[in-house]
Ligand binder design. Structure first.
Ligand code: FAD
Ligand code: NAI
Length: 474
């Protein structure tokens, strides 16, 4: 008999599993189908999508281990701690990462049970429109649902002529499973994955070269942050080549050879043991049979949706990496919750103006709202409060004095327009700015809030004070 649900969610990543749980909490009967090749101990596809299996969580586990390694190698001595030169056991590091992934992905299974979400194993595809809802196939099974949420995510973009085997030439999947420290690591694309994975292997001893097509470094970040970051990363030994044009890539048993033209127009060759290709991600609608049922895509192949993630088809919604907006797990989750709540007649919303972005490098980089270059381009009059971590007692005690907090506030209304952090714990510090901006706070509001001493949050406080030229400790 055909299985029937109020809601079928296609894809069990952060957008899909969160949408499924929220919809079930709101009283819908919900199923979520998943078809990835990452099997759990029972042989079922693991929930959690890119984020938990081959993205956010595994990359942060490797970043943590390699950070500890670098601390032991380079920072302990200055604090009077003597240890012999640390050694890295890569299989143990990767195994620890896998344990974390297993724990979290089976945790979602538990959350599905708790919230009465049915997990269906198999690839979801549209079959036909029904009078009330849709008929779909999950694997070989027919399913009917009144509403469908597409949360099929994204996949790594590959370059023509650069075949990814996830051994010598890796995308994000192989990059998270490299089994020994490469002597030389090449990375095409100095974006988020390139910088995070480059940091992991550089800390563990690889010679890392990043080949980036754009002439500017990290153009998504505030210009001051990008300038500071490139200085720091160069000092850490990341060789970042901007404005390059990639030519032929040859793979042999010995490794990879990459021909490229540098920014001065000179032909170059880079030999490496491994190559990571991290040149962005593309929306994934493979095998959905979307075109046959008339699902509208935008000019970049993403599912075309309105501000509430409704597609052009009745009762069909789409969230996460497969629709427009930054490809971030927390954005996908926000949209998942919003769709479930709107479906239930509530007023769900997703505020793109307060969506934080984070790079988990060392130091971390985090931001929310407008960059200074955007405000200039928009002709907005603004004021700046910028405070270095060097002026903060806690940062000194931690030996984490690089970087700064830069706050941008409207020159007339004082409303906070953007906050940009490069420094220790930026990923956590940015939350204060997100909350402030969500509530439409002014820099004066943050300046009047008591911040615990000694904490890194005081840098945020001082930056707010500095917007009005009244910093107390700088
Ligand atoms: P996905 O997580 O891609 O999940 C989609 C799921 O749908 C997949 O499991 C797929 O198998 C399944 N699927 C697809 N088609 C079908 C079908 N027809 N039937 C059944 N199942 C299907 N974001 C952050 O916010 N912070 C980070 O630190 C971060 N780090 C990252 C690190 C790396 C290396 C990578 C690659 C990404 C990282 N991201 C990070 C991005 C984040 O992983 C994505 O934005 C997020 O996973 C998107 O969620 P989603 O639910 O839209 O899609
Ligand atoms: P990205 O968009 O961050 O960076 C890709 C880089 O590759 C860009 O700088 C681009 O100019 C460059 N590039 C493109 N084509 C090129 C070419 N032919 N030659 C050389 N350089 C080229 O994409 P990335 O790093 O692949 O990550 C994908 C997405 O995953 C990110 O955009 C982000 O949404 C998500 N992600 C988020 C993380 C986080 O939140 N901390 C961590 C990792 C990934």
């Amino acid at each position: 008999m055909t299985k029937q649900f109020d809601v079928l969610v296609i894809g069990g990543g952060p957008g899909g599993y969160v949408a499924a749980i929220r919809a079930a909490q709101l009283g819908f009967s919900v199923a979520c189908c998943e078809s990835n090749p990452y099997a759990d101990p029972k042989g079922e596809p693991r929930l959690g999508g890119t984020c938990l299996n081959v993205g956010c969580i595994p990359s942060k586990a490797l970043l943590h281990t390699s950070h500890l390694f670098a601390e032991a190698a380079h920072s302990f001595a200055a604090q009077g701690i003597t240890v012999s030169a640390p050694k890295i056991d890569v299989p143990t590091m990767v195994g620890r990462k896998d344990t974390i992934v297993n724990q979290l992905t089976s945790g979602i299974k538990g959350l599905f049970k708790k919230n009465k979400v049915t997990q269906l194993n198999g690839h979801g595809s549209f079959v036909a429109k029904l009078d009330a809802g849709w008929q779909l196939k999950v694997g070989e099974e027919l399913v009917e649902a009144k509403q469908v949420i597409i949360a099929t995510g994204s996949k790594a973009r590959h370059l023509p002529g650069v075949p990814v085997d996830n051994k010598f030439v890796c995308d994000n999947v192989g990059a998270l499973n490299i089994d020994a420290v490469p002597k030389k690591l090449a990375i095409i694309g100095a974006g988020v994955i390139g910088l995070e994975m480059g940091s992991v292997w550089r800390r563990l001893g690889s010679e890392v070269t990043l080949l980036e097509a754009l002439p500017e470094f990290l153009s998504v970040a505030d210009v001051d942050v990008a300038k500071e970051a490139v200085k720091i990363f160069n000092k850490q030994g990341l060789n970042i080549q901007l404005g390059v044009s990639i030519g032929e890539v040859k793979v042999s048993k010995k490794g990879v050879s990459i021909a490229y033209v540098d920014k001065a127009g000179v032909a170059q060759k880079l030999d490496a043991d491994r190559l990571i290709v991290s040149v962005g991600r593309i929306p994934n609608i493979e095998g959905l049979n979307a075109e046959a049922v008339g699902l509208k895509l935008d000019e970049r192949g993403r599912i075309d949706v309105d501000a509430h993630c409704r597609s052009n088809l009745p009762g069909v919604w789409a969230v996460g990496d497969v629709v427009s907006g930054p490809m971030l797990a927390h954005k996908a989750m926000e949209e998942g919750v919003m769709v479930a709540e709107v479906m239930a007649g509530q007023s769900g919303h997703c505020n793109f103006d307060t969506l934080p972005g984070v790079l988990y490098t060392s130091p971390e980089i985090a931001w929310v709202g407008k960059t200074e270059q955007q405000l200039k381009a928009d002709g907005v009059a603004y004021k700046v409060g910028k405070i270095p971590f060097m002026a903060n007692g806690r940062a000194l005690g931690m030996g984490e004095t690089t970087g700064f907090v830069k706050m941008l506030a409207d020159a007339t209304t004082d409303r906070i327009l953007g906050v940009h952090i490069i420094g220790a714990n930026a990923s956590e510090l940015i939350s204060e700015a997100v909350v402030a901006m969500e509530f439409g706070a002014a820099s004066e509001d943050l300046a009047r809030i008591c911040h615990a001493h000694p904490t890194l949050t005081e840098v945020m406080h001082e930056a707010a004070l500095a917007c009005d030229k009244r910093a107390l400790h700088f």
